[in-house]
Design a protein around this ligand. Structure first.
Ligand SMILES: [Zn+2]
Length: 195
């Protein structure tokens, strides 16, 4: 009986430790799941929402070319601004000056100007940062992952071989090797010399 009890205890201990191990495994799985959530674009949207800004951040803060607004270039209908939360050094946003969240409702002039400004941004990224490649794209609408869906914006992100993939960058885990001030100065010098 005692032996059986002992065995039972052993079994119980063993169950307990295996339960713990299972719990440990479960925890690991949970951590893994949490990581997956953190690495989704929604995380980036969440981070952006924590920044309380009255009205549209692009409309309220990007009216003039200055580091305070992060606006670095303006065309007739469009502008180029630095991303306040860059995925990589030199990350630019290209957007219409008018508050608009639907590409199809831009006027022909606004659309053409936006596309030519996008090209200006691609040239600036290439000339200033000499990346081996760049990400170029737009999340159109909140379901597509747009952090600020009501104001269209293209992303232009310099990329180098061996840098982190897109999801860790979105999760803010990328170590961006320069400050926003440095990035702004780099582009400011470029655009001042370009004009
Ligand atoms: Zn706006």
């Amino acid at each position: 009986m005692k032996v059986k009890k002992g065995n039972r205890k052993k079994v119980s201990k063993s169950r307990s430790s295996s339960a713990q191990a299972a719990a440990g495994d479960y925890d690991l799985r949970r951590i893994s799941l949490v990581k997956n959530i953190l690495f989704k674009p929604e995380r980036y949207k969440y981070i952006r929402k924590k920044e309380k800004v009255d009205g549209c951040v692009f409309c309220s803060s990007s009216r003039k070319i200055a580091f305070e607004t992060l606006c670095i270039y303006k065309s007739r209908y469009s502008m180029i601004v630095l991303n306040k939360f860059p995925y990589n050094s030199g990350h630019l946003l290209v957007l219409p000056q008018r508050h608009c969240g639907d590409l199809l409702t831009l006027s022909p002039n606004e659309y053409e100007d936006l596309m030519s400004t996008l090209r200006v941004a691609c040239k600036a990224v290439t000339d200033v940062y000499a990346p081996s490649a760049y990400n170029l794209g737009m999340n159109h609408g909140s379901s597509a992952g747009a952090g600020i869906p009501d104001h269209l914006h293209f992303h232009v992100i310099p990329r180098w071989a061996g840098d982190l993939n897109f999801f860790p960058l979105i999760a803010q885990t990328k170590v961006v090797i320069e400050t926003l001030e440095q990035t702004y100065q780099n582009y400011l010098g470029y655009f001042n010399n370009r004009v």
